[in-house]
Design a protein around this ligand. Structure first.
Ligand SMILES: Cc1cc2nc3c(=O)[nH]c(=O)nc-3n(C[C@H](O)[C@H](O)[C@H](O)COP(=O)(O)OP(=O)(O)OC[C@H]3O[C@@H](n4cnc5c(N)ncnc54)[C@H](O)[C@@H]3O)c2cc1C
Length: 436
């Protein structure tokens, strides 16, 4: 819906705004025209994807461009292989289109509904200690800048702009099309299990190196063991029950929300609800095989709140037990879940994994818990361990805290000053996290 006084809100319902004007764009010309019109009128501009960020990174009282109608593949290069795609395309659509031509993305997070522009701009990541965040697949991009001109860049042409624009929170302009490196399509074996947390943390990088994409998670009642999830490439056929298994995760989240609601009435109900075997056997079995993108992701219709910090992987040994202590402080019935994922270092200037092999510590809580309690409980300890807040999740960090954690901070600010000298793409939130 375009127009004036049209309200916008994010997926989680934790951020909302009434922009001066909401403009739904359909092609690159629309983006250029909208930016030039806003520049002439002296308005600020923000860009919205599907609003899957938990914080107010999108909100504005200026002009808001909705990119979700600017979608689809522009071209496929089977030789590299690579795909050029409009930035408003959802990851789900991209995956399905790539599959038709025998290609895939090499890694992704657990969500596929968000736009490619939003995923790049917030530092989106999956897990895999040899895989950098989503930007690791970026080969080039087209950016509509503050005066409406288009800048193209790639690693070998205008590398400084490329490294700044890969993850830029929408602060440099509007990503129009992006080119992503692909791999031949593949399948993954999904293996879930349970292992002693102490053994994992004794050498977390070595533990993570033993599978292509390793994750572990904890609940308040986990005790000494962590639940583990390992995804490895396989040539075996897709399991007959793969789709049902995929929805098992979704039902797990429904259960977590119900437990959160029940816990408001009686805390003791939570653990029973969370640990009961579901009668229709959706709990993950030890093994199944699925198409890569269906193994990485699962449908997530249930709203929740999430906070995540990117730590040097070596900090996990101390940080994870501290977070676990914070969770159990709320009682062994607390339906909070802590998930730890991994990424290789990269060199995008504001990448969460810039310059360091990274362990991501994510805390998910039911919406009934509330944004403030989530922050109050977990943020301090993750910051103490050199954590960088996920650009798209709940956090209270300000630019003066964040700047020291990014060696490329000044380089990013130099590109920002050159491309957007009048702060056309800024907002209250961006002033807080990136400075004025
Ligand atoms: C259920 C759920 C699961 C999630 N799982 C993960 C996960 O596994 N891993 C992970 O890292 N994160 C995860 N997240 C966070 C989420 O994936 C990111 O915040 C998301 O990728 C943002 O995409 P979006 O399209 O919703 O962008 P929005 O939230 O709409 O926008 C985010 C930012 O991107 C900018 N932006 C969007 N499009 C453009 C563009 N074309 N040009 C310039 N700037 C643009 C916006 O201005 C804004 O600054 C999850 C979130 C939810 C709600």
């Amino acid at each position: 819906m375009s127009g004036r006084n049209t309200a916008w809100r994010n997926w989680a319902g934790s951020a909302r705004c009434v922009p001066q004007e909401l403009v739904v764009v359909r092609d690159e010309e629309d983006i250029v025209r909208a930016v030039q019109r806003a520049a002439a009128a002296g308005h600020t501009v923000r860009t919205a994807g599907t609003g899957h960020s938990f914080n107010p990174i999108v909100t504005t009282d200026g002009v808001l461009l909705d990119l979700t109608g600017y979608s689809g593949i522009v071209s496929v290069d089977r030789h590299t292989p690579a795909v050029t795609v409009r930035a408003g395309t959802s990851l789900r659509r991209l995956n399905l289109e790539l599959e038709k031509v025998g290609l895939a993305l090499s890694n992704m997070g657990t969500l596929d509904e968000q736009t490619i522009g939003g995923a790049l701009s917030t530092g989106n990541h999956g897990s895999g200690i040899t895989h950098p965040p989503f930007t690791g697949q970026l080969l080039g991009l087209r950016l509509v800048t503050a005066d409406g001109t288009i800048r193209e860049c790639a690693a070998d042409s205008d590398p400084e702009l490329f490294l700044a624009a890969g993850t830029a929170l929408g602060a440099l302009g509007v990503l129009s099309t992006v080119t992503l490196r692909c791999v031949p399509r593949f399948k993954l074996r999904v293996v879930s299990g349970s292992e002693p947390l102490a053994a994992i943390l004794a050498d977390a990088p070595a533990w993570a190196s033993r599978s292509d994409h390793a994750t572990f998670s904890l609940k308040a009642w986990s005790g000494p063991n962590a639940s583990t999830l390992k995804l490895d490439r396989t040539d075996d056929p897709v399991s007959a029950d793969a789709t049902r298994r995929r929805y098992g995760n979704t039902l797990g989240e429904v259960r977590c929300t119900l437990a959160g609601l029940a816990g408001r009435v009686d805390q003791r109900a939570v653990r029973g609800l969370m640990t009961a075997r579901l009668p229709f056997a959706v709990d993950r079995p030890p093994h199944y095989v699925d198409r890569s993108f269906d193994a990485f992701t699962f449908p997530q219709p249930v709203k929740f709140l999430s906070l995540e910090y990117a730590l040097p992987v070596t900090e996990l040994a101390e940080a994870v037990p501290a977070v676990q202590r914070d969770v159990t402080r709320f009682g062994r019935q607390t339906p909070y879940s802590v998930t730890v994922r991994f990424a290789a270092a990269d060199d995008f200037l504001l990448s969460l994994a810039h310059g360091r092999t990274t362990g991501f510590v994510n805390i998910t809580v039911p919406r009934t818990v509330g944004y403030t309690e989530l922050l109050r409980t977990f943020e301090a300890v993750l910051r103490e361990h050199q954590g960088r807040p996920h650009w798209g999740k709940a956090h209270t960090a300000t630019w003066d805290v964040i700047a020291d954690r990014y060696p490329g901070w000044q380089r990013f600010q130099a590109v920002r000053a050159e491309l957007d000298p009048r702060g056309m793409f800024t907002s209250d939130y961006l002033r807080r996290v990136l400075g004025g």
